[in-house]
Design a protein around this ligand. Structure first.
Ligand code: COA
Length: 371
């Protein structure tokens, strides 16, 4: 047996959800470029879960079901009151909130395809409300109810900010949700599949996946990027700052990728979004700083910017709290996690790899008094 550290290059499943071929990304055969430019996030969720794009009637019905399920159980709101919302990272709150949503879903352990699809809608709907609600509660503001006439993207921003949202922002945010929706067997999706391959439930799978996404080598990178940009502060300081990090052998967050070598196909869309949104608020420096860093790292290390790099300055320009960047990633990726878990259930086998033991052998047990 040979080992592959980090499972690099190991193929562990067949899927017909998402493909990455020659650094091109497609959901169910549809190019990410077309989807990002034209599709509503709701259309993409439907595509991932049904392997086909909805027609107008199907989309209307699906959107209706989603918005109908956005209201949170009263019990979860009570739990939020007992949590230390100001001092706890939102990813920890979200992980706990999804777990609690499972506690209050009477269908949690009913494993039929129909029940799983009903739960899928509830999870996708409520994750948006949960993030918006705990964000407002920690600011001492009252939660805002979802509006049945809004799209998923607009509803989330409205519930978060409590104001009418600029159409450019809604369009950009919808695009960001589309771009983050799925990404084959990334660490959190693999985690979700491992979890439900034991025949555990969807809520457990999402809870586990949120835990995996939280880390800075995965979804947590977007928050670290804005932290870095804020620390740099001014465009002129970008290169000296990065040179020092590289000299100290530190990683630059938002750069590099396990699968993409020439470039992350999602990054160009987020880059354009960042350019437009930073200009809109008259703070182009965030975009210019990012571009300098991207070019430098590409030149010096041959590493491309990934999905987390430009999403940071884009979300910042929308006035979103920095520690909500990764929960927003989770909200979008929930659609992909669910698609993969449904696929796993359909053709399941327990996922149980092996490790090569390299420790000592034949130790003789000594009673504690003799150690
Ligand atoms: N900054 C500087 N150097 C980097 C780097 C980065 N962001 N990403 C990778 N490298 C370097 C490593 O230091 C290593 O160099 P070495 O061979 O001289 O030791 C080499 O590239 C390979 O890195 P490794 O961490 O083994 O690659 P990986 O395939 O395991 O990791 C990532 C992929 C994404 C985890 C990695 O690129 C990374 O940590 N990026 C920053 C975090 C991030 O943006 N994550 C979001 C991913 S979408």
């Amino acid at each position: 047996m040979s080992t592959s550290k980090g499972l690099e290059g190991v193929i562990v499943a067949e899927t017909d959800i998402t493909s990455i071929v020659d650094d091109q990304l497609a959901y169910v055969g549809y190019s990410i470029d077309d989807l990002a430019n034209h599709a509503l996030f709701e259309e993409v969720i439907y595509l991932l879960w049904n392997k086909k794009l909805p027609n107008q009637t199907e989309l209307k019905e699906f959107t209706h079901q989603l918005t109908k399920e956005m209201t949170l159980p009263e019990e979860l709101l009570n739990h939020f009151q007992t949590m230390n919302l100001e001092k706890t990272h939102p990813m920890s709150i979200l992980r706990t909130a999804v777990s609690l949503l499972g506690v209050y879903d009477p269908e949690v352990d009913i494993m039929s395809e129909e029940a799983n699809r009903r739960k899928a809608i509830r999870i996708q709907a409520r994750i948006a409300t949960a993030i918006a609600v705990f964000s407002r509660l920690r600011q001492g503001k009252a939660p805002i109810m979802p509006n049945p006439n809004y799209s998923y993207a607009e509803n989330f921003l409205h519930m978060l900010k409590g104001e009418a949202i600029d159409p450019l922002e809604v369009e950009a945010f919808n695009k960001a949700l589309v771009l983050h929706a799925d990404h084959e067997l990334n660490a959190s999706t693999f985690t979700a599949r491992v979890c439900v391959a034991t025949l555990s439930d969807l809520y457990s799978g999402i809870t586990a996946a949120i835990g995996a996404l939280k880390g800075p080598l995965h979804g947590g990178a977007n928050e670290q990027v804005i932290r870095m940009l804020t620390e740099i502060g001014e465009v002129d300081r970008a290169i000296p700052y990065i040179e020092e990090k590289i000299a100290n052998k530190e990683k630059i967050m938002g750069m590099g990728h396990r699968v993409y070598k020439t470039g992350d196909p999602r990054a160009k869309h987020l880059k354009e979004m960042s350019r437009k949104l930073t200009a809109k608020i008259g703070q182009e420096k965030w975009y210019l700083m990012s571009e300098k860093i991207e070019n430098y790292i590409k030149e010096e290390k041959g590493l491309p910017a990934n999905v987390d790099f430009y999403s940071a300055s884009a979300y910042h320009s929308m006035g979103i709290d920095h520690d909500l960047f990764t929960p927003i990633f989770a909200m979008s990726r929930t659609s992909g996690w669910i698609a993969h878990m449904l696929e796993q259930y359909q053709n399941n086998r327990l996922i149980r790899p092996r490790a090569e033991y390299v420790g000592p052998v034949k130790h003789v047990y000594q009673p504690i008094s003799k150690r």
